[in-house]
Design a protein around this ligand. Structure first.
Ligand SMILES: Nc1nc2c(c(=O)[nH]1)N[C@H]1C(S)=C(S)[C@@H](COP(=O)(O)OP(=O)(O)OC[C@H]3O[C@@H](n4cnc5c(N)ncnc54)[C@H](O)[C@@H]3O)O[C@H]1N2
Ligand code: MOO
Length: 412
């Protein structure tokens, strides 16, 4: 296999190749452990939530018609005959001209269709309540089934279970949920010069940064990691490590040797694995150009550039979406869900057409709004990411951006 770049794909074309990989099988877990996991089934509500109309305020349950035309100057007068307890469903019905004290969360009695807040009323003795507002039906109510309707699908397969979804599972009593197993991903670093973190590097050696940064980013994206350590620039050793890594895992991410130098064996080692296909070598983004995507059977291999800054940027842009896709997240490849902040660029930026640039930027609050300072430095250095708060993607068809323009910074 030649080690020349295949035709370079755009970032979105590269990411679209992930669709061919299936998500991990499902497992049944407690909802209490399901935060950030991905739902593997559609969930149907077995009951209405709320179970019946409830008050969202402390006040009086009334019929809106009884307050028609009421105001500060001409209040309505209602007779308060009942006191609703928050944990008791009212067994009575209101007659015209009656009202009932209701706490926040209390269930609405028959005959009432809204709640007047206590601060818009006055108790004037003998159980008579003066209402100084005219109300519309439904005011200050949470309606039956507004959060979930019995028999309706409330969460769909592929949903990431955030805090609000955990709350919904709790409210509906759905104690066990079927989620995708966390993808297991083997991680290795290549390079004769790379030594373990605990080693004292000799001249010419570098401590392994990438496998630790990559592993942390896999975990952050919902995966689990098997660390395979460091493999020398040796075709046989690399092939053996790839085989071992793929045998026990759903995917393999490696860094280094992805370019076209004489010791860059990654592509050849992958190509020699039985059933391997190189899907992409080269992506039109900077940093990250020499990134590789391959598969062995149905398992992806992501070959990250060795440069420490490039490996991290490629993980953010492509690696983490791949982990999320394997975990079953239906929005894994949707870039519109990135957290963005608008900021004003503090200097001119040039950018090559035909590739997406990911500039590292530091944000600073100022009287005129948020400022985005580009952090310059080579992608073999850690400093660009160390000193930045976010990435500024510059589209492939943009030649540059002028100082002072507003940009959307992707927060890290
Ligand atoms: N003639 C060309 N040279 C290079 C090109 C090119 O297009 N033409 N592309 C450059 C770009 S961009 C990148 S990125 C690198 C990618 O190189 P490799 O993926 O082959 O990476 P290595 O050569 O193995 O390593 C590069 C650099 O990174 C250090 N490194 C590698 N692994 C680790 C690690 N785990 N922890 C810390 N540091 C690591 C390594 O020591 C090298 O210094 O190629 C450019 N060259
Ligand atoms: O692509 Mo390299 O990853 O630009 O530094």
């Amino acid at each position: 296999m030649s080690s020349r770049f295949l035709s370079t794909l755009s970032r979105s074309e590269f990411a679209r190749l992930f669709h061919q990989f299936e998500s991990t099988p499902d497992e049944l877990i407690s909802f209490a452990e399901a935060h950030e996991r991905i739902l593997a089934e559609d969930l149907t509500a077995q009951e209405d939530l709320p179970a019946a109309d409830r008050s969202s305020m402390d006040g009086y349950a009334v019929a809106a018609a009884d307050t028609f035309g009421a105001g500060e100057a001409n209040p309505a007068y209602l007779e308060c005959r009942y006191r609703i307890e928050v944990n008791v469903f009212p067994q009575f019905g209101l007659q015209p001209g009656e009202c009932a004290w209701i706490p926040t969360g209390g269930f609405l009695p028959a005959g009432a269709d809204c709640v007047v807040m206590v601060e818009h009323t006055q108790e004037i003795g003998d159980g008579t309540i003066e209402v100084r507002r005219s109300l519309a039906p439904g005011e200050n109510l949470m309606f039956r089934g507004e959060d979930a309707r019995r028999g309706a699908v409330v969460l769909t397969r592929g949903t990431r279970l955030r805090i609000p979804e955990i709350g919904l599972l709790a409210a509906l009593g759905l104690q066990q949920v079927r989620v995708h197993r966390r993808p297991r991903i083997a991680v290795l670093s290549t390079g004769d010069e790379i030594v373990p973190v605990e080693a004292q590097p000799r001249p010419g050696e570098m401590r392994d940064v990438n496998s630790h940064a990559v592993a942390a980013m896999i975990v952050q994206a919902g995966g689990q990691v098997e660390q395979l350590g460091i493999v020398n620039d040796d075709l046989e050793q690399l092939r053996g490590a790839l085989e071992r890594g793929l045998a026990n895992n759903d995917a393999l991410f490696l860094s280094g040797g992805s370019s076209k130098g004489t010791r860059d064996h990654t592509l050849d080692a992958i190509a020699q694995l039985p059933g391997a296909r190189i899907l992409a070598h080269g992506v039109a983004m900077a940093p990250g150009k020499p990134t590789i995507l391959a598969c062995v059977g149905d398992k992806p291999i992501l070959g990250l550039p060795g440069q420490v800054g490039s490996a991290q940027v490629v993980m953010l842009v492509l690696g983490q979406p791949l982990v999320r896709h394997l975990a079953g997240d239906s929005r894994a490849l949707d870039t519109s869900h990135r957290s963005l902040r608008r900021a004003r660029l503090t200097r001119n930026l040039t950018s090559s057409q035909g590739r997406e640039d990911y500039l590292r930027v530091r944000l600073e609050e100022s009287a005129g709004g948020l400022l985005a300072h580009p952090v310059s430095g080579k992608s073999g250095l850690l400093r660009t990411l160390l000193h930045s708060d976010g990435l500024l993607p510059i589209a492939a068809d943009t030649e540059g951006l002028p100082e002072g323009c507003w940009v959307d910074v992707w927060l890290l």
